[in-house]
Design a binder for this molecule. Sequence first.
Ligand SMILES: C[S@@+](CC[C@H](N)C(=O)[O-])C[C@H]1O[C@@H](n2cnc3c(N)ncnc32)[C@H](O)[C@@H]1O
Length: 300
Amino acid sequence: MSNEHPPICDYEGSDYQQTFWDAGEREYEHRVEQVALARLLPAHGERLLEVGAGAGRNTARYQGFRQIILLDFSRTQLRQARARLGSDSRYLYVAADVYSMPFAPALFDAATMVRTLHHMAEPQEALEQIRTTLHTNARFVLEYANKRNLKAIVRWLLRRQSWNPFSRDPVEFARLNYDFHPKAVGDWLQQSGFSIDRMLTVSHFRLNLLKRMIPTGILVALDSLLQHTGNWWQYTPSVFVRTTAVGRDASRPEFAFWRCPLCASLEMIPQEDGVLCSDCDRLWPLVDGIYDFKIPADSD
Ligand SMILES: C[S@@+](CC[C@H](N)C(=O)[O-])C[C@H]1O[C@@H](n2cnc3c(N)ncnc32)[C@H](O)[C@@H]1O
């Protein structure tokens, strides 16, 4: 882990939800991810953290939880999520950086991270941060982009692609967009305090030609069946992993919820207009229903 803050893929002002999902002909991907999440998520729980929640595309899938915290670095994505999900008190919207979590240790009994690890220049550091927010035996469902997928293997064998899909190092195919090797992700998870319970391979048929020729419902049904082979081999572009947080938790005072991302204090006092850190005196504002824990650039 380096001392420098890892770079962040900034979605501020992005129309990702509209262009990638709503108009992007990705009904197949959306539905197979829904199947995988339903299979891996605990049916009930107290408090779930959704890391990199974006515009809340997946949030409605977490209905069994009493409280759902949507964390994203982008305020605009969270505004879109709030417009979609509403101001229901079950949802808490938090603008923050996964590398500087604003939560007390061992707060959550579940977490998810879908289509977000692939933006992490320091994936293990991000996973370690998530682990600190979970208590022992909490469930964490992670989706990652798999560099060792069939299409990449074929392209590499035909010499249409320079990078080796079998090597463990990440491939950055566009700035701050990474594909990872399953074994590397497995190692990072274990070193961060997670044990892997189950893997599902997802999006077996992510090829435009197939998606155009075969009805989506059939592709989804076939993918749903093939997902079960995920514990044996992983050659799809997307892999879902269900893990359990293992090892000991850092202790947490009973009522602590927030943690100051600047000074790490748990002495955080809720105010009408935000949360005040009583150690460093910073007020983290609550604006339009979104708690804003983004550290200003001049705070270093
Ligand atoms: C590809 S989108 C996925 C959104 C959502 N999970 C989905 O599947 O529709 C990735 C999200 O990760 C967020 N993100 C990227 N880096 C982050 C960081 N360091 N901390 C928190 N969120 C981050 C982005 O703002 C963006 O909303």
